[in-house]
Design a protein around this ligand. Structure first.
Ligand SMILES: [Zn+2]
Length: 412
């Protein structure tokens, strides 16, 4: 078992400290710099290898004001109990300045044989590029919130001896071994936001109506409650993802559940969410989340729904996820932004929720996850099924994962 202090020592042991890489920020992006970064990542990664670690990674992050940080990942054996390289580096940056914004992340990671073999790079892994995991993409997205053009540079796994170049084309899969593939965080975190066009104004109106409805919590408690358990059973029986009647019932149920959650603590709720997961056997499980100003926030709605499914079934195979979230703090900001940019931004599943859905999803013959995710925009339960973005968006979970840059550690 290692702690963060040990990681720092390992970075130092690798001959490189965060102070040593400070100069990176003063250099222009160039092949010289890229080769230097490659060496740094390879050296710290190799020196940080620990017997209990399966996925070996190293990351350098640079902040908008020009500070650079390097770190490696730590895994304690439990897949859920990991401290990713990029997360550790971001923590360092935030400790120095809690308002840090990320401008660049250089990431090198891959599977190594350790213990019995002691090889830092497993055969077949050399030259592969991996993405930061969903949870880290989520964190990078949050920390670079004002800079959606934050760049993620994915270096091929190597021992620091390859001459590096930036990939010229924009393809994800056809890459040469020495090419560094760069993506904006928004591109690598696909469909991270739903942008609803404002061309005719109708959609905005609908969003505002939904928001006004929910942002008046005094009325929420007075609204009659559905017999929730019965409704969920009804939903199970009437499931047909293409059926309008099913969607209307589902939407009504989720809005009702959100109202119930919000009525507990009217003034101090920052955001609330409700999620329903459906398993292969047709069972549905609900979970909700309340993010409060004064109390500890409850776990993610998707996590809770999946936990409920795993306690009901030994190994649930999830076919569908529906989520509706109301954000009392950020949605008004987004709407304000809307008037300037002609769009409303709504987050789809968080990165760590994607990881969880991926893990428990039904799989096809290639072991690719097949669960379908539907984000229902906040509304009062009266949304009708329609093909535009006004009411909801449906996306396959595999489309929500960074294509071509899967991260093996998230499959554990
Ligand atoms: Zn990660």
């Amino acid at each position: 078992m290692m702690n963060l202090q040990s990681i720092k020592q390992l970075v130092v042991k690798g001959g490189i400290s965060n102070r040593d890489i400070a100069y990176l920020s003063e250099m222009e992006d160039s092949t010289v710099q890229l080769n230097q970064i490659n060496k740094i990542l390879a050296v710290v990664r190799e020196n940080a290898i620990d017997d209990e670690t399966y996925f070996h990674a190293a990351a350098i992050i640079r902040t908008s004001d020009g500070r650079s940080y390097v770190s490696v990942n730590l895994q304690t054996g439990e897949a859920i109990d990991r401290f990713c390289a990029e997360r550790n580096a971001i923590n360092e940056a935030l400790r120095d300045d809690r308002n840090s914004q990320i401008s660049d992340v250089w990431f090198m990671g891959g599977v190594g044989y350790v213990g019995d073999y002691g090889e830092p790079i497993r055969a077949g892994e050399e030259g592969k590029r991996h993405s930061p995991c969903g949870s880290c993409l989520e964190l990078i997205h949050e920390v670079s919130f004002d800079n959606p053009q934050a760049k993620i540079h994915m270096l091929p796994l190597n021992m620091g001896d390859l001459e590096m170049v930036y990939a010229k084309d924009n393809t994800a899969l056809i890459v040469r071994p020495n090419e560094v593939v760069t993506r904006d965080i928004d591109m690598l975190f696909p469909h991270s936001v739903i942008r609803v066009s404002d061309e005719n104004g109708e959609i905005v109106k609908q969003m505002r109506e939904g928001l006004d409805y929910f942002s008046n919590p005094h009325d929420i408690a007075e609204i009659s409650r559905l017999e929730r358990v019965g409704t969920l059973m009804q939903l199970q029986v009437s499931f047909d993802s293409k059926d309008t009647y099913f969607f209307v019932k589902l939407n009504k149920y989720m809005a009702e559940e959100l109202r119930r959650v919000c009525s507990k603590d009217t003034h101090n709720i920052r955001s609330a969410a409700v999620a329903i997961v459906r398993t292969e056997g047709g069972d549905m499980f609900v979970g909700n989340n309340v993010h409060s100003r004064i109390q500890a926030s409850t776990p993610s709605s998707v996590f809770t729904a999946i936990s409920n499914a795993t306690s009901g079934l030994h190994n649930p195979h999830i076919t569908n996820v529906w989520k509706m979230k109301i954000d009392f703090e950020h949605l008004p900001q987004s709407l304000e932004k809307f008037s300037k940019t002609s769009c409303v931004e709504v987050m789809t599943l968080r990165g760590d929720e994607r990881e969880r859905v991926k893990k428990f999803s039904t799989k096809d013959e290639n072991n690719s996850p097949t669960a379908v995710v539907t984000i229902i925009l906040p509304n009062n339960g009266s949304a009708q099924k329609s093909e535009n973005l006004a009411g909801f968006v449906t996306i396959g979970i595999s489309s929500l994962l960074p294509g071509g840059f899967s991260n093996p550690k998230s499959q554990a």
